[in-house]
Structure formats: C-alpha cells, structure tokens
Design a protein around this ligand. Structure first.
Ligand SMILES: [Mg+2]
Length: 186
C-alpha cells in the first residue's frame, strides 16, 4: 500500500522544538504546559508576541528550527517497518522550494526511508490534495486542519497526527506512531 506523510508536526516535532529555541533565544522560561495549551499553530502567543514579532522570530531562526527538529518518538522506526513490509512511503511537505533539497537530506540523515520519486515538496497547503489524489495514496497523515479539510471526498484513509490545535477534528487520530502498525494489521 501507499502511505503519504506530511513532515512538520506530523513526523518531526517542529513546534515544540521551536518553542524550546524561542525560550533560549529570548532568555525566557515559559513552561511546557503553556505550549501544550496553545490552540494556534504558531507558538509566539506563548511568549506574548504580536503576529509581526512572531514572524520575525520565526524567519530569523527558521533554518535552525527546520534542520535540528527531532522526529516524534518511533516515527523513524515505524516508517522503516512499513518499507520492510513492502509498502511505499511518500512525503508531501509544503516547505518552500529553497528548502526542499536540504529537507530531503535531513530526513534521510534522521533515518527516514526516502526513495526516488517519493519526496514531494514546495507546494501550497491547498495543492496537497491534488498531489495526494494523483499519487493514489491509500493512507495520508497530516496535522494541519486546513490541509485535512481539503481531503474530504478523496478515496483514501486520512489520519490526523494529534496536536493541541487539531483536537476539534473528528477524524481518526494518531497519538503515537506505533499505533499505525496496529491499524494496518487490524
Ligand atoms: Mg504539518
């Protein structure tokens, strides 16, 4: 079967990593409970910053955040297991074009299986549905409500990777990646 994955906050724990980096850079000590209670995708609210200040901070530290964010627990192992079982793994990330090559290299470096022709990058959030449909994926995983909202009506199984800003979505949910192996065995 064909499995498609978003990268940021689906496979990589990007926001929590950004939150920790912001704490360091701003010399603050905002608690992780504040992060966990956020219902917004940007994390600057946790620091009392305006949208503009948040954007500046993000732009300033984006490269560091992108290329040092760790995978969620078991994400690498589970995707490797999918490949071992003969499944196809695809990545569909809306990171901008200038980050595509480095992102692919970083994902490989982290241990994720990446095969030729199965890394899609640089599209807009709203263009993901088109790619997912053309690839004829059987499963797709993403964290972002606006993306998941575009996939209704497509013939595939869609799961949301659990995050504090997507708990209102009533679609099947992955909290820990090991659950995926149970789902495909079930
Ligand atoms: Mg994402």
């Amino acid at each position: 079967m064909k499995f498609g994955f978003d990268i940021d906050d689906t496979l990589l724990n990007l926001r929590e990593h950004a939150f920790k980096i912001y704490n360091q850079k701003l010399e603050r000590d905002v608690g992780i409970d504040v992060f966990r209670a956020l219902t917004t995708i940007p994390v600057h609210d946790a620091f009392g910053l305006t949208v503009e200040e948040g954007r500046e901070l993000w732009n300033e530290h984006r490269d560091e955040i992108y290329y040092s964010a760790p995978p969620f627990e078991e994400a690498v192992e589970v995707l490797r297991e999918l490949v071992r079982q003969g499944h196809e793994v695809y990545y569909v990330t809306a990171r901008s074009a200038e980050h595509c090559e480095r992102t692919k290299a970083a994902i490989l470096e982290a241990g994720f299986p990446v095969e030729d022709g199965r890394f899609y990058c640089g599209m807009a959030d709203l263009e993901k549905a088109d790619i997912i449909r053309k690839l004829k994926l059987d499963y797709y995983f993403d964290d972002k409500p606006v993306v998941l909202g575009t996939l209704e009506g497509l013939e595939l199984r869609v799961y949301v990777k659990d995050n504090s800003y997507n708990r209102h979505l009533e679609i099947p949910r992955i909290v820990n990646w090991t659950e995926l192996l149970d789902i495909i065995q079930g």
